[in-house]
Design a protein around this ligand. Structure first.
Ligand code: NDP
Ligand code: GDR
Length: 343
């Protein structure tokens, strides 16, 4: 039976990956941060099947301990301060976790079990300011946020440890992937949650930032499969995982509201732009400058052909299904909240 250690197991990707590995018969170990109130996050439903180890990416001793206990054959490093906007508010914490934290984990592997296979959660945010469209493994990097810069360090140190110490270390350069378990601060979930609340009459309007930025959105479940595939190869390498489709935030809004039977009419420009429910004439989307970023990544569009050819990876969940699953899920959650508050 293989052993896997997942950092960031309580997050979106960690939970889908844990499900996948449990299904494949792995013994799954998950890193947990100590909190004042115990919270298993997205793995609450499978917590009894996971061996939790208290550790932190910024505490190297705890990572050595985690490797010693788990004796992991495969290590998936998903832990991160993953919200780009927060990386301007907490640039040093972001660097400690997302950059130095990767070296902490790689060193722990080198000391305890150098033959373990390692996956690093790299990101399309490393491409940043557009250098080429679509972006692939050879596109130059130009990160645009403290998060992107920290992740670029994590990406290069992974490559460096592969070349310096012959570790089986891979980076997946993953483009945006969302799901019913996405954090509510990310734009997709913020929108689907608002759609559900507006439809059920407990919210009037959603305030958003840059509606023109374009993202390549897939479903997390498809993307964690790619992580696993990378660690099953004969040789370690880096791969772009994406859908090869890009849409504006505005298009995501249109699609999400349409899933709830609401057609949006747009008017105004820039910070004066609003989206109106065509049927009722009520403003349901407003632009708020507060949600604009100091530097933006205007367009992400990934070319996953290397992963498709070498790993045999294929995206299974198309954009429309991703959005409708998220809206349906939030409709059910909001309905439950309303029923509960009426008790
Ligand atoms: P989430 O924000 O949902 O999960 C992040 C996880 O990291 C949580 O489990 C969190 O634990 C944990 N964590 C944060 N700080 C620390 C720390 N100091 N020590 C230990 N654990 C910590 O992210 P996703 O699941 O969406 O993403 C997974 C990884 O993939 C991240 O590294 C992200 O940067 C990267 N990525 C994500 C993409 C996406 O579109 N989702 C695209 C490309 C890369 P806690 O519950 O305690 O907060
Ligand atoms: P991103 O995701 O920064 O791409 O990082 P996010 O959903 O936060 O933003 C996507 C785009 O939407 C614009 N936007 C808004 N964003 C948020 N959060 N809230 C708003 O109100 C809003 N209005 C417009 C943003 O400006 C941006 O252009 C995600 C994270 O998962 C990272 O960890 C990961 O590495 C990258 O995806 C790939």
């Amino acid at each position: 039976m293989k052993h896997a250690l997942i950092t960031g197991i309580t997050g979106q990707d960690g939970s889908y990956l844990a499900e996948l590995l449990l299904d494949k018969g792995y013994e799954v170990y998950g890193l947990m941060r100590r909190k004042s109130v115990v919270d298993y996050g997205n793995v609450d439903h499978i917590k009894d099947k996971i061996h939790f180890i208290y550790a932190d990416m910024t505490d190297q001793t705890s990572l050595i301990h985690a490797m010693t206990i788990s004796q992991a054959d495969e290590v998936y490093n998903l832990a991160a301060q993953s919200f780009v906007a927060t990386s301007w508010e907490q640039p040093l914490a972001t660097a400690e976790i997302d950059a130095i934290g990767v070296t902490n984990m790689l060193e722990a592997i080198r000391v305890v079990k150098p033959e373990a296979h390692f996956y690093q959660a790299s990101t399309s945010e490393m491409f940043g300011l557009v250098q080429a469209i679509p972006q692939c493994e050879t596109t130059p990097f130009y990160p645009r946020s403290p998060y992107g810069v920290a992740k670029l360090y994590g990406h290069w140190i992974t490559k460096n440890y592969r070349e310096s110490y012959n570790l089986f270390a891979c980076s997946g350069i993953l483009f945006n992937h969302e799901s019913e378990r996405r954090g509510k601060e990310f734009v997709t979930r913020k929108i689907t949650n608002a759609v559900a609340r507006i439809k059920q009459g407990v919210q009037d309007c959603v305030e958003l930032g840059n509606l023109d930025s374009k993202r390549d959105w897939g479903h997390s479940k498809d993307y964690v499969h790619a992580m696993w595939l990378m660690l099953q190869q004969d040789t370690p390498d880096d791969y772009v995982i994406a859908t090869n489709e890009t849409r504006t935030v505005r298009e995501f809004v249109d699609t999400a509201f349409a899933c709830a039977g609401i057609e949006i009419e747009w008017s105004g420009e820039g910070v004066n732009e609003t989206g109106t429910d065509k049927a009722t004439g009520k403003v349901v989307v407003k632009v708020n400058p507060e949600f604009f970023r100091p530097a933006e990544v205007d367009i992400l569009l990934g070319d996953p052909s290397k992963a498709e050819k070498t790993l045999g990876w294929k995206r299974e969940i198309p954009f429309q299904e991703l959005v409708s699953r998220m809206v349906k899920n939030d409709m059910e959650l909001v309905a439950k909240e309303i029923a509960f508050s009426r008790l």
